[in-house]
Design a binder for this molecule. Structure first.
Ligand code: GLY
Length: 336
């Protein structure tokens, strides 16, 4: 799917890499009213996934949309089969994210957006409703960044690693690839060139994520991203930051966000949804809508998927469109 212009998904608008220091040129941004859709069942196993939100650009074609929907379906199948077999929510989240990280259509793993110096620097976070969380930022060789996030959560006493060493990555037992593996030609280089030349930049990919509820009723959330095209070296978005782009609390909700990370960080978006449910008594749909309104106040567009421990999930976005899918005992849907 095509995304273009600043304010649309995962693209940093700037005429030149040095201009990116000024932040986003929001002059072309168009933040829409929030669109919401209920997803999944009230109770029982449910999986909701997303693969970015933004605007349809000139590169969007029926073939591309069909490919995105195929990949979303494969991701749903991988995660949902695990839930059906009784696996915990976080395993379904990881399985669904794996498929989307491996698919070059999306801005995560293979196909990640490129930094201003032309490399893939990826972020990921995995959190379970019991508050356990692991995250990585700036990884450039981990084949599936969500695996590294899971390793941080399960194998270390820490929460977030920035640019972990080769030895740490080897110790975690996660698969690696050279940075070239992640760079899909010509799409990502073309996207970077367009962003750097101030032309009609576009972004056909999006940050990906998943939220799941397992047969025990436990919830989990995960997010994986290549960040924003033409981002400065070392820039960190919302995805790997617990509470910003990813959050899970068993007494409230599991959340994964996509969009312009800076705006989601400023309003601590994922945690804000949880707090609205927990302290204001808002329903999940209202909480997601109100939080995206705050994101919009910071000139950010994008979306989120939210799944409570009890109740239907919500897909919400204030951009033109969002790629998402969901499945539960009541059936499912994919939208490319
Ligand atoms: N939402 C992904 C990022 O801003 O990096």
């Amino acid at each position: 799917n095509g995304y273009h212009t600043c304010g649309s998904n995962d693209t940093l608008a700037s005429a030149h890499p040095s201009d990116s220091r000024k932040g986003h040129d929001m002059t072309t941004s168009s933040v829409s009213p929030v669109t919401t859709e209920l997803a999944g069942s009230e109770t029982g196993i449910t999986l909701v996934i997303h693969a970015g939100a933004g605007s349809r650009g000139k590169h969007s074609t029926p073939e591309r949309i069909a490919q995105v929907e195929l990949d979303l379906q494969r991701a749903l199948d991988a995660g949902y089969q695990l839930l059906e077999s009784g696996a915990p929510a976080h395993e379904a989240v990881v399985a669904a994210i794996h498929v989307m990280e491996d698919a070059p259509e999306f801005n995560a793993g293979r196909g990640a957006a490129l930094t201003s110096d032309g490399i893939a620097q990826m972020d990921a976070c995995l959190m379970t409703g019991d508050g356990e969380v692991g995250a990585v930022t700036g990884v450039s060789t981990v084949k599936n960044p969500i695996d590294a996030a899971r390793a941080v959560k399960e194998q270390t006493k820490h929460v977030l690693f920035a640019d972990p060493t080769d030895a740490e990555i080897a110790d975690w037992g996660v698969a690696t690839e050279s940075n070239e593996y992640f760079i899909t030609e010509p799409a990502r280089r073309q996207s970077l060139a367009e962003a750097q030349s101030g032309g009609d930049e576009w972004e056909k990919h999006g940050t990906i994520g998943a939220v799941a509820r397992d047969a025990e009723g436990n919830i989990a959330a995960g997010t994986s991203t290549g960040g924003i095209t033409n981002q400065m070296h070392g820039r960190v978005g919302d995805s790997p930051l617990p509470g910003c782009g990813t959050f899970a609390n068993q007494s409230t909700v599991a959340v994964s966000c996509t969009g312009i990370g800076e705006a989601f960080i400023k309003v601590v978006a994922a945690h804000q949804v949880s707090d609205r449910v927990r302290f204001s008594g808002e329903n999940v749909e209202d909480a997601a809508t109100a939080t995206l309104d705050e994101v919009a106040a910071h000139h950010g567009d994008g979306g989120m998927i939210v799944l409570p421990a009890v109740g239907r999930g919500v897909v919400a976005y204030n951009s033109e469109m969002m790629n998402f899918g969901y499945r539960s005992a009541q059936g499912g849907k994919v939208q490319g």
